[in-house]
Design a protein around this ligand. Structure first.
Ligand SMILES: Cc1cc2nc3c(=O)[nH]c(=O)nc-3n(C[C@H](O)[C@H](O)[C@H](O)COP(=O)(O)O)c2cc1C
Length: 207
């Protein structure tokens, strides 16, 4: 079966994308608005894309109404900084609560029932309960279209990493302790508890 993108509705294209590209990591992005309101929202169009410089990307989609911009994007444009908090399994429900479509003046930390910890290098809030987080500065914002559901790619330089005590040994993150969750299609998620190793042909390399 072949499905051509040009013959497919935006709604169905979205369903294909989120059902096929799985599992997706989740960036739980915290920002601050111009009025000082703390904002928190999950983004699973997210990945790490460069080691040196350390760069991550995520993509808020355009909304159908108003100025089309999600609060996270508007805050990035005004502040230029953000934090990516990693969602461990015990934070999955709080992460889901923070995805509610609420007005910008609503503090989504309070909505999700998590605590604010100030970042150290930037003016942005972090999720205190998260075991791993990255303080980031916006490198580039690249709009990929101007229709509802068009993505707006955000590239961010990672300025520093935060890890809970015992989570990192010799720069190696303990995946069992991090216990991150991933997003599947629709409302489904997966855990990262069932893993297996493969040795690369020619031996394991660093990249
Ligand atoms: C697990 C999960 C992943 C999500 N990923 C994205 C995403 O990659 N891009 C996007 O635009 N919205 C995504 N959403 C929806 C946003 O979180 C939602 O629109 C939220 O209200 C945006 O908040 P904001 O306006 O405070 O930025 C996701 C929701 C969930 C629950």
């Amino acid at each position: 079966m072949i499905i051509k993108s040009e013959d497919t509705s935006p709604k169905d294209l979205y369903k294909l994308m989120i059902g096929m590209v799985v599992p997706r990591p989740i960036a739980w992005v915290s920002t601050v608005g111009e009025d000082g309101t703390n904002n928190l929202a999950p983004y699973s169009f997210f990945n790490a894309i460069s080691g040196d410089p350390p760069v991550i990307c995520f993509a808020p989609s355009r909304k159908p109404a108003g100025d089309n911009k999600k609060d996270t994007l508007r805050n990035l444009e005004s502040s230029g900084v953000f934090v990516v908090n990693i969602v461990s399994e015990h934070l999955a429900e709080a992460m889901n609560q923070s995805a509610a479509d609420v007005p910008p003046e609503v503090d989504e930390f309070a909505l999700a029932g998590v605590s604010v910890e100030p970042a150290t290098m930037i003016q942005a809030p972090m999720v205190k309960e998260a075991l791993a987080k990255m303080e980031c500065r916006v490198r580039q914002i690249i709009p990929l279209g101007d229709r509802p559901t068009s993505g707006i790619l955000v590239l961010g330089d990672v300025l520093c990493f935060h890890f809970a005590e015992g989570l990192v040994d010799n720069f190696k993150v303990d995946p069992s302790m991090l216990n991150a969750v991933g997003r599947m299609g629709g409302t489904s998620y997966c855990d990262t508890r069932h893993r297996f190793d493969l040795t690369r042909p020619g031996g394991n390399t660093k990249l």
